[in-house]
Design a protein around this ligand. Structure first.
Ligand code: HBI
Ligand code: FE
Length: 281
């Protein structure tokens, strides 16, 4: 069976779910599509993205050179932080995903979205995974945080509390904001691979922007099919790494007895940067 959306769907998989990227197989149209996506996002980065992200996009040559070769990209990344990027066909099982991260391998989808899905797509493609996630893996502190997240996966699964840990990923790695010297900056890959959400996350009155707190985040439900209603703001990558290092057992015990928080809710203990006016009816 062929799959119009993802031409790698049925590629032969290794035991760790990696596949052959077969870089030579990308068409001129696919390279051009990457370049248009990258140009659209890059124009919005100055003054909006975390400086570490902007520096790394440049250093890793992720701009207008066409669809990246993950092997070559890994050769640039490895000497910086020990991370590599490995091609996969689609979402991999949770335990496989965590094992890759714990070993400093980022699994990235090899296909690129179609022309019909330039703004919104249902599963992560190479533009989201590589342009969105890989730059910050060149930052040593962020690189440690991501490994620690992977190492925490097995423990969360064993306790049946993967949902709590997944919220940490969602509200930081995918949709995180950071406090910069002159205003908020974006570091989340889900935002940085979407021109619409780059503007929305920083400039719209609709969503809440509140300070990051690990327990608060792990209690907060999220929606996957629209822009976020709440963004969490970290102080720095150091602060994020320190909050997320070590054992979450006591925290997971507490979370069992605490109610979830809705995606649009602001709670008493929040450090509020902006209280959202909510989505238009
Ligand atoms: N697989 N390729 C891929 N990418 C992901 O982001 C991903 C995954 N498998 C599981 C998963 N994410 C989530 O379950 C975890 O973040 C919790
Ligand atoms: Fe992602």
């Amino acid at each position: 069976m062929t799959d119009a959306r993802n031409r790698y769907r049925n590629a032969p998989k290794n035991a760790d779910y990696t596949i052959d990227q077969d870089w030579a197989s990308y068409s001129a149209e696919e390279h051009d599509r990457w370049n248009r996506l990258a140009a659209g996002v890059e124009a919005l980065l100055p003054g909006r993205a975390a400086p570490e992200f902007i520096t790394a996009v440049d250093k890793l040559g992720l701009g207008s050179g066409g669809v990246p070769d993950m092997g070559k990209l890994s050769e640039m990344l490895r000497p910086l932080t020990g991370w590599s990027v490995v091609p996969v066909a689609d979402l991999v099982p949770d335990e496989v995903f965590f094992d890759h991260l714990a070993n400093r391998r980022f699994p990235a989808g090899a296909f690129i979205r179609s022309e019909a899905e330039m703004e919104y797509l249902e599963e992560p493609d190479i533009f989201h995974d590589v342009f969105g996630h890989v730059p910050l893996l060149a930052d040593p502190v962020y690189a440690d945080f991501m490994e620690a997240y992977g190492k925490g996966g097995a423990a969360a699964m064993a306790r049946g509390q993967l949902a709590n840990l997944a919220r940490l990923y969602w509200y930081t790695i995918e949709f995180g904001l950071m406090k910069g010297e002159d205003g908020l900056r974006i570091f989340g890959a889900g935002i940085l691979s979407s021109t619409g959400e780059i503007r929305f996350s920083l400039e719209s009155d609709a969503p809440n922007r509140v300070g990051f707190d690990l327990e608060r985040v792990m209690r907060t439900k999220y929606e996957i099919d629209d822009y976020q209603q709440t963004y969490f703001v970290i102080d720095s990558f150091e602060a994020l790494r320190e909050a997320c290092y070590g054992d979450f057992s006591a925290l997971y015990d507490r979370l069992r007895d605490l109610p979830d928080i809705g995606p649009a809710e602001v709670v008493e203990s929040d450090r509020v940067f902006h209280r959202g006016v909510g989505r238009a009816a």
